[in-house]
Design a protein around this ligand. Structure first.
Ligand code: MG
Length: 343
């Protein structure tokens, strides 16, 4: 099996602001695995809070490339286990390889990716559309552009989130997912905010408090008027055990957990704990999001609009219509790269 990879800058249509920073572009690494004339594709991206950098990621891919070059491809599970054992961590790089292997193995066998994951066929599903932080004029423009979408997700943690939501409510009364990105610190204020937000047609609140404030989160969850979804607090299956009782659900992302196989394991564990599942993504292209869309049958909430945020997504095949994500039909992920992506 031959591994190739290529670094790429995804350019945002609008500057993407969250409580801690604003980005104009984001670096992504695409991988291509070739076996018997068929290719599988995957993607890794590196949000700051996950740690690691491009050099480290590429070093892991080089190591993986050597392993795969001499690898006797017996089963998908064997290959994934060998890659997992190569080194601790490196979840984004492992996610890229896991995505590419599912794509490739599905193409080799003709089995749809959701079947490889023991999931039901992915339905066409409404997705939230993320409105990043901005001034009121730009917010208005973004809301016009989001007119197809029936659910909006906003990035809060601004210092004056009531003002932010009041501004949005001057323009639309669509249901909101509010992502605080760890921005609130006082548990009593958190409860007040959540109560107020419920009156504003907010449906759920994501990661209101910092990861370290787990006891406060458990206190908040008991009193919260809205479901609380863990994002930064829930990366891997070990985290899920740690946060038991402190959240109502988890926002699952392939870059955090290390790929589709791990994501499915997290879903199973989360369900055992009675938790809701949100399918989310980092700043990923259609490649990573097409992979996650194969698990749409498992989702309670969907936040998979990232490919719509760029002006140079190099993959095609994943479509959106009327505010819904339409999973590409197989085999594989159902997406193809631009011709020159790996040249
Ligand atoms: Mg989040």
């Amino acid at each position: 099996m031959h591994l190739q990879y290529s670094t790429y800058r995804l350019l945002f249509r609008h500057p993407f602001g969250v409580s801690s920073n604003t980005r104009h572009e984001t670096e992504t690494i695409f991988v291509k695995l070739v076996l018997n004339g068929l290719a599988g594709y995957g993607e890794a991206c590196l949000p700051q809070y996950l740690g690691g950098d491009v050099t480290q990621l590429c070093a892991f891919l080089d190591k993986a490339g050597k392993l795969l070059a001499n690898h006797k491809f017996k089963s998908l599970a064997d290959t994934l286990n060998e890659l997992a054992a190569l080194e601790e961590g490196n979840h984004a790089a492992k996610a890229a390889l896991d995505i590419a292997l599912h794509d490739l193995y599905s193409k080799q066998t003709g089995l749809p990716v959701h079947e490889l994951l023991n999931a039901q066929p992915p339905p066409t599903t409404y997705t939230a559309h993320t409105i990043a932080l901005d001034n009121i004029e730009k917010l208005e423009q973004k809301l016009i552009e989001a007119s197809d979408f029936s659910i909006l997700k906003i990035k809060a943690g601004t210092g004056d989130d009531k003002k932010l939501i009041r501004n949005i409510r001057k323009l639309t009364y669509k249901p909101l997912y509010v992502d605080v990105n760890q921005g609130w610190k006082d548990r009593h204020q958190v409860i007040d905010m959540i109560g107020w937000m419920r009156e504003q047609n907010v449906v759920l609140v994501e990661q209101p408090m910092p990861v370290q404030m787990l006891d406060e989160m458990a206190w908040v969850k008991e009193k919260s008027a809205l479901p609380i979804i863990a994002d930064e607090s829930a990366r891997t299956i070990d985290d899920l055990r740690k946060i038991k009782g402190a959240f109502n659900g988890i926002n699952l992302k392939l870059m955090k957990c290390g790929g589709l196989k791990a994501a499915k394991e997290l879903i199973t564990e989360a369900r055992l704990q009675g938790m809701k599942i949100m399918l989310g993504c980092m700043a990923e292209s259609s490649c990573g999001v097409a992979a996650m869309s194969k698990l749409l049958s498992c989702a309670d909430f969907v936040d998979l609009d990232a490919p719509l945020l760029y002006r140079n997504d190099p993959f095609s095949g994943l479509n959106y219509s009327g505010g819904r994500i339409i999973p590409a039909s197989g085999p594989g992920l159902g997406v193809s790269p631009a011709e020159n992506l790996f040249s």
